[in-house]
Design a protein around this ligand. Structure first.
Ligand code: FES
Length: 177
């Protein structure tokens, strides 16, 4: 007797194979729909993140740099370099305090303060600037830019969102001392 013979009452071999194929097709379609729904959810989250960015990632443009009294006591001609990492030099001029941007007005290289020569020098193309930010040599087309300065609760606050191009002496670009 052959083992290939169907037993009485059992479904024909082709019917079994057809059932398995249908289940495989249905489960593949389900996986496809799940993948589509998942990628849709990811896209929706990315869109929501784009539409509502986390504002706290932006650095605060205002920097409290120290008591106004300490700057008033600084001798005229002094450059406070402690805020160079924030892109700012505090310069004590004879009658005022200014906050100069450390970026060269030619192409934006970071300037260096040369104490022995009493000037700011650009390492990129040789521009030079006087203590008050005036451009004195090289290709820089204008004086150093200034940031807004004010006094809040006795502290000098530099506002890097207020930029006075070319060191304009407009209101808010210096503190009278
Ligand atoms: Fe300063 Fe060119 S970037 S001279």
């Amino acid at each position: 007797m052959s083992t290939q013979e169907p037993q009485p009452g059992s479904p024909p071999p082709d019917a079994c194979r057809g059932g398995i194929e249908r289940r495989q097709v249905l489960s593949a379609a389900g996986a496809g729909w799940l993948a589509l729904a998942g990628s849709g959810a990811v896209a929706a989250l990315a869109t929501a993140r784009f539409m509502f960015p986390n504002a706290s990632e932006e650095p605060d443009p205002r920097v409290a740099v120290g008591p106004v009294d300490s700057y008033a006591r600084m001798p005229a001609g002094t450059v406070d370099e402690r805020r160079k990492k924030d892109g700012v030099w505090l310069v004590r001029l004879p009658d005022r305090l200014v906050a100069l941007s450390t970026a060269c007005t030619h192409l934006g290289c970071i300037l260096n303060w040369i104490p022995g020569e009493r000037r700011f020098a650009c390492p990129c193309h040789g521009s030079g600037f006087a203590l008050d930010g005036a451009n004195t040599e090289g290709p820089a087309p204008r004086p150093m830019d200034r940031f807004g300065v004010s006094v809040v609760d006795g502290l000098v606050v530099v506002d890097r969102s207020r930029r006075f191009l070319g060191g304009k002496s407009d209101r808010g670009s210096f503190l009278s001392l």
